[in-house]
Write a protein that binds this ligand. Structure first.
Ligand SMILES: Cc1cc2nc3c(=O)[nH]c(=O)nc-3n(C[C@H](O)[C@H](O)[C@H](O)COP(=O)(O)O)c2cc1C
Length: 159
């Protein structure tokens, strides 16, 4: 095998920052109350069956609770929900002041999101310093009137 050049983490982060994404708050119902975290690693995987995926950092303290719940709701944030994105990336009570309802899985569906996809976790794969989490979509909803919140080059952006 030929030696591969080392890729510095900063260089990889900087290259991937050129890939514009949406922002999703992944939520779940845990025994001690709702949990959630902001992610931008959310992608569509398959239509038949309906599968989506996000990546959870191995350092995440929220991922073990989502994993134990066995389900999650991917809340796709709207353009005016930047503060929610920030709240769900900080430590502290992430649900303080957040209006939500329980979905079919029990996972919190946040109010006024652009779309939500409720999933059961069907597979996980260890991949470097993250875990790939694959969910089968059980229920969803879309607000076609909304616009998305974007994340590009380390900043929140509008469409
Ligand atoms: C825009 C944005 C995208 C993020 N994407 C991810 C992600 O894809 N996966 C992840 O594990 N954490 C991601 N994070 C970090 C989490 O939101 C959170 O800060 C981190 O998981 C630490 O919190 P925890 O210990 O409660 O999990 C992202 C944060 C921001 C602001």
């Amino acid at each position: 095998m030929t030696a591969q050049p080392a890729i510095a983490s900063d260089a990889l982060r900087s290259a991937m920052a050129c890939f514009a994404t949406g922002v999703v708050v992944v939520t779940a119902a845990a025994p001690d109350g709702p949990v959630g975290m902001a992610v931008n690693s959310f992608v569509s995987v398959s239509l038949e069956p309906p599968l989506v995926m996000f990546c959870a950092a191995n350092t995440s303290t929220t991922w073990p609770a989502i994993s134990a719940a066995g389900h999650f709701c991917a809340n796709v944030l709207s353009a005016d929900q930047e503060e929610l994105a920030r709240q769900f990336a900080r430590k502290g009570d992430r649900f303080a002041g957040v209006v939500h309802r329980s979905g079919v899985t029990g996972a919190p569906v946040l109010r006024a999101v652009h779309a939500h996809l409720e999933c059961e976790i069907v597979d996980t794969h260890e991949a470097g310093d993250h875990t790939l989490v694959i969910g089968r979509v059980l229920d969803l909803g879309t607000d076609h009137q909304a616009l998305p919140l974007l994340f590009y080059r380390s900043s929140y952006r509008l469409f």
